[in-house]
Write a protein that binds this ligand. Structure first.
Ligand code: PAP
Length: 323
């Protein structure tokens, strides 16, 4: 029996969910099935832009930014981001394109043809997103000339964001996923798409290997200086902003349109409707959008525990991030 078909190791996660191990990373069953389909069949096009991230590290924000940079649109009532949730504009490989709709979980195993976005202008890139680690997707990404944008976030804020997200999910009944348990699982890497640390380090290494193809940034850097990163992303993606006042204005507009304040106040993003492919409402992707919110939720001993792992995994190999 090959690796794709063999029974994977499993561990209890939260609610009634289990996580299954595949190539060193953990997945819920539905995402594991989708991941295997991605691995077996996905072929990126040379011009694709792949937004890669660990969950809750800034994916929604980057989706809004990348879409605005590649498909600029003047700010008006019909702006794509006033009509669509960022997740509707940029589909995800394993949680969208290659998944059986969550409402039809019983249908796992049957195949449906992924509905890739059609880009009418050949000059424009197709943008796709993924939470899959480089350890699983790397060979596929390397086989094409696509570009990768990777965003990461302080591990403690990432965990706290994930914890809140799961509280809104039907998977967790109220108070059922204790923070202490969540911290322990995060530190052991047993969370969807985890281990977080291995996920971050592999994309970071790839940035060093192929800087012209991989743009690596942190949520905190983006908060600190969004204009700088929008300009840099424009250059990286081959759609640079000019240095004139006009270029500056365009950057300002994008930063404002994609800010937490603007996006979270759009009707579509406040909606309690469920996206087609996800058992959580659109509004669940916008909570606080702050740096350092973990201080309001993690006890001292939890912080010490996560910082210990951060030192061991990041600092020991020279990546002085996350504490
Ligand atoms: P996903 O992986 O499920 O798509 P993702 O978008 O990566 O989630 O992370 C959600 C976090 O980004 C939330 O953080 P919080 O829980 O700490 O608040 C969400 O509020 C935040 N977020 C969403 N959009 C923005 C934005 N435009 N600017 C800043 N933060 C944002």
């Amino acid at each position: 029996m090959n690796e794709i078909n063999s029974s994977p190791q499993r561990e209890k996660w939260c609610g009634h969910e289990f996580l299954f191990k595949f190539r060193g990373f953990w997945f819920t069953q539905i995402y594991l099935e989708a991941t295997k389909r991605v691995v077996e069949t996905f072929k990126p096009l040379p011009g694709d832009v792949i937004l890669a991230s660990f969950p809750k590290t800034g994916t929604t924000w980057l989706k809004a930014l990348l879409h605005s940079i590649i498909h600029p649109s003047p700010c008006h009532a019909n702006h794509p981001l006033t009509l669509n949730h960022p997740h509707q504009l940029i589909p995800s490989l394993e949680t969208d394109l290659y998944i059986e709709k969550w409402r039809e979980v019983g249908g796992i195993g049957s195949t449906r043809t992924p509905q890739f976005p059609v880009v009418k202008d050949p000059e424009k890139a197709r943008i796709l997103s993924t939470h899959l680690p480089y350890q699983i997707l790397g060979d596929i990404l390397d086989s094409s000339d696509c570009k990768i944008v990777y965003v990461t976030r302080n591990p403690k804020d990432t965990l706290v964001s994930l914890w809140h997200f799961m509280q809104k999910s039907s998977v967790v009944e109220k108070d059922e996923w204790e923070m202490e348990v969540a911290v322990d699982q995060f530190c052991r890497g047993v969370v969807p798409f985890g281990p977080y640390y291995d996920h971050v380090l592999a994309y970071r290494q790839e940035r060093f290997n192929r800087p012209e193809k991989v743009y690596f940034l942190t949520y905190e850097e983006l908060k600190e200086n969004p204009k700088f990163h929008v300009r840099k992303l424009g250059e990286f993606l081959g759609c640079p902003f000019d240095q004139s006042e006009n270029g500056e204005e365009k950057i300002d507009e994008i930063v404002k349109m994609c800010s937490f304040e603007t996006l979270s106040s759009q009707q579509v993003n406040k909606s309690n409707e469920l996206p087609n492919v996800f058992p959580l409402p659109y509004s669940a992707f916008f909570r606080k959008g702050e740096v350092g919110d973990h201080k309001n939720y993690l006890e001292h001993k939890m912080i010490t525990k996560i910082d210990g792992v951060t030192r061991e995994k990041f600092h020991a190999c020279g990546y002085m991030y996350g504490i």
